[in-house]
Design a binder for this molecule. Structure first.
Ligand code: CA
Length: 229
């Protein structure tokens, strides 16, 4: 459930906004004072903030600025004074939307929905760090846990996947079987370093064109293995 933080000192307005947003399926929390509101906005994982401009303690202007320094959480700023809205819009302090009070609660809900959807699209379009490892025709999608070789997907067991991913993420580094076993298998798991050899063999059967002459995972005799780049 998406969480919305309302920072608003007028209790009646805050409660009305909360009711409408809860009816639309959101989890809502109210903060009626600026400084605690800012603290909550920075510390808690909230999906959107409805922020009043004039507040006791820290005002909405300052809260918006401070939140923006750390987070991209969508902020809808509300004020009773249209002039203030025009002023802060002009200053470009980073709120995503502005509403002049009084507004209809359903208008607020519509805007909340639109901004959450937009924010999710934005997050979805930003590639998350290190989720795909690509080396010479091998593509490892860590999020989906899929491996494809030259565009052809191959099935991998959990440990085969973990072992291949670990080696591919540390190319040119030589690891002993002991190190690999400790890295990939639980300390108390049944098995020994021979397991590593067996898994390397299975991985090679899937990724190498010729397992007798491996192009990816190289055996360093007497030492261990490394992923060639
Ligand atoms: Ca106020």
């Amino acid at each position: 459930m998406e969480k919305i933080l309302i920072i608003e000192d007028e209790q009646a307005i805050a409660e009305l906004e909360k009711d409408y947003l809860e009816l639309s399926g959101y989890e809502v929390e109210i903060e009626s004072e600026g400084t605690t509101g800012l603290q909550k906005a920075l510390e808690k994982e909230v999906d959107l903030i409805v922020l009043d401009l004039m507040l006791p303690g820290t005002d909405g202007f300052e809260i918006c600025r401070r939140v923006r320094e750390e987070k991209n959480t969508p902020i809808i700023m509300v004020s009773a004074k249209k002039d203030d809205i025009d002023k802060i819009r002009g200053l470009g302090i980073g709120a995503d939307d502005y509403m002049t009070k009084p507004f209809s609660p359903s208008e607020l809900v519509a805007r909340v929905k639109a901004h959450l959807a937009r924010y999710e699209r934005l997050l979805g379009s930003v590639p998350r760090e290190n989720t795909v490892v690509e080396i010479r025709g091998i593509r490892i999608d860590k999020t989906a846990r899929r491996v494809s070789i030259n565009g052809v997907e191959k099935p991998f067991t959990t440990k085969e996947f973990d072992l291949l991913t670990f080696l591919a993420e540390h190319p040119n580094h030589v690891y002993s079987k002991d190190e690999l076993f400790r890295e990939i298998w639980d300390m108390d798991s049944i098995g020994d370093i021979a397991t590593v050899t067996v898994h390397i063999k299975k991985i090679r059967e899937k990724i190498e064109a010729n397992t007798a002459k491996p192009q990816y995972i190289e055996t360093i005799w007497g030492v261990g293995y490394r992923f060639k780049v």
